[in-house]
Design a protein around this ligand. Structure first.
Ligand SMILES: Cc1ncc(C[n+]2csc(CCOP(=O)(O)OP(=O)(O)O)c2C)c(N)n1
Ligand code: SF4
Length: 411
């Protein structure tokens, strides 16, 4: 430890230099490669989360990929607290002034809150398209058609549309005497650029208290992206058990170790058939995480990403969070997969398993964590029984996923 003021003086100069470094423009980069994605400036910085928090890297990644067009509905929980400790906020904007629009509603209605953002955007876009058609004489038929038929399913398409909208604004501003049509269109023309709606929260929200709404939003078929930061407990209120807590782990309200297995939220969502679902763990496979985020966002429908998030409530060495995620995957506890309905439309198997058969025993992963180890100390017999049951859960789930992944291929 050292007195802070002299350090601050020295770091001020470094910081000022850092701010002069140019931002990397993603225009000519393949953002599907992890090293390129990490060159892009994040629009989420300096959060108040615990050191080593496993939730924040996923949010940071989302802002690197989509931050300049993101709207975020944030459920109450750790992410709304470190993401909104007002009057400061870690959500920021780029040098062009674009950044995520963020808001927090309630713990129990966040999915519906985000759906409202989607419906509003869709309505605004519809209204702007109608006005554009009415203003064709002022704008020019060619530009009208180019805007209305633009392919905005990828980054380059969105950039091209932004340029068209800039040209549209120029023409509208110069259209003296065109009357209400030009003025009205000018006020809503930004709605013609595709936006990305993200509904973010923890497992207490997604698996339990907000589940009814989450299910409703998945069923709606609307183009939203749901990111579940799965710490397997209610972290922000001190670690209460949720339906995501695994069998055998100790948590508040599960002091003798949770006796029932973790709810399989991903499998529930997959049964719809038209929901994109991915299960990711950045520490185990960062490239798979990146693929899942890009695919989820590009999918024109509801997407659900369930992200393994290490947390102080699990009782791990937070410096080794990424290694622990790797062990979770190697033990088969956390299979990585992507279920992409767009593949089914092409007659392919929508389910891709992205991790291999378990290669280490479950104990090697679980007993690195206090939440499992403490039961061994307080009630060894019960700990062993629950561990056996948990191993069975892992085997059964793995086999089920593998069959699903192979079954469709045969078909
Ligand atoms: C209806 C309702 N019940 C309880 C709370 C209190 N509360 C705020 S955050 C939170 C825990 C959130 O847990 P989770 O969704 O898992 O997110 P995490 O903190 O783990 O990221 C609870 C219980 C609340 N805000 N609203
Ligand atoms: S309690 Fe857990 S989820 Fe919350 S900020 Fe700390 S490490 Fe992250």
């Amino acid at each position: 430890m050292a007195p802070q003021p002299p350090l601050r003086e020295r770091e001020k100069t470094n910081w000022e230099f850092f701010l002069t470094l140019p931002d990397v423009d993603g225009k000519n980069l393949n953002l599907g490669a992890i090293k390129n994605s990490q060159l892009i400036t994040p629009l989420f910085e300096f959060s108040g989360a615990c050191s080593g928090c496993g939730e924040t890297p996923y949010i940071k990644l989302a802002t690197q990929l989509f931050g300049d067009r993101m709207l975020v509905a944030n459920a109450t929980g750790c992410s709304s607290i470190y993401g909104g400790n007002l009057p400061t906020t870690p959500w920021t904007f780029n040098r062009e002034g674009r950044g995520p629009a963020w808001s927090n509603s309630l713990f129990e209605d966040n999915a519906e809150f985000g759906l409202g953002m989607r419906l509003t955007l869709d309505k605004q876009q519809e209204h702007a398209s109608e006005l554009l058609a009415q203003c064709a004489e002022v704008v020019g038929e060619e530009l009208v058609q180019a805007i209305l038929t633009a392919d905005q399913s990828h980054e380059m398409g969105i950039r091209a549309q932004r340029e068209r909208i800039a040209l549209l604004k120029q023409r509208l501003q110069g259209a003296d005497g065109a009357g209400g049509c030009a003025r009205s269109l000018l006020s809503v023309s930004d709605a013609l650029v595709r936006k990305s709606v993200w509904i973010i929260g923890g497992d207490g929200w997604a698996y339990d208290i907000g589940f009814g709404g989450l299910d409703h939003v998945l069923a709606s078929g609307r183009d939203v992206n749901i990111l579940v930061l799965d710490t397997e407990v209610y972290s922000n209120t001190g670690g209460q058990a949720s339906k995501s807590t695994p069998r055998g782990a100790v948590a508040k309200f599960a002091a003798r170790g949770k006796s029932t297995p973790k709810k399989d939220l991903g499998m529930l969502a997959m049964t719809y058939g038209y929901v994109y679902v991915a299960r990711v763990a950045m520490g185990a496979n960062d490239q798979q995480t990146l693929h899942a985020f890009l695919e989820a966002e590009a999918y024109d429908g509801p997407s659900l990403i369930i992200a393994y998030s290490t947390c102080i409530a699990q009782g791990i060495d937070m410096r080794k969070g990424l290694e622990q995620q790797k062990l979770a995957v190697q033990s088969g506890y956390w299979p990585l997969y992507r279920f992409n309905p767009a593949l089914a439309v092409e007659g392919k198997n929508p389910l891709t398993l992205d991790s291999k058969e378990p290669t280490i025993p479950l104990e090697q992963y679980a007993y690195n964590e206090t939440r499992y180890r403490m039961l061994l100390q307080s009630d060894e017999k019960r700990a062993e029984e629950l561990m056996q049951a948990a191993k069975h859960d892992v085997q059964a789930r793995w086999q089920h996923y593998r069959e699903l992944a192979e079954e469709h291929h045969k078909g």
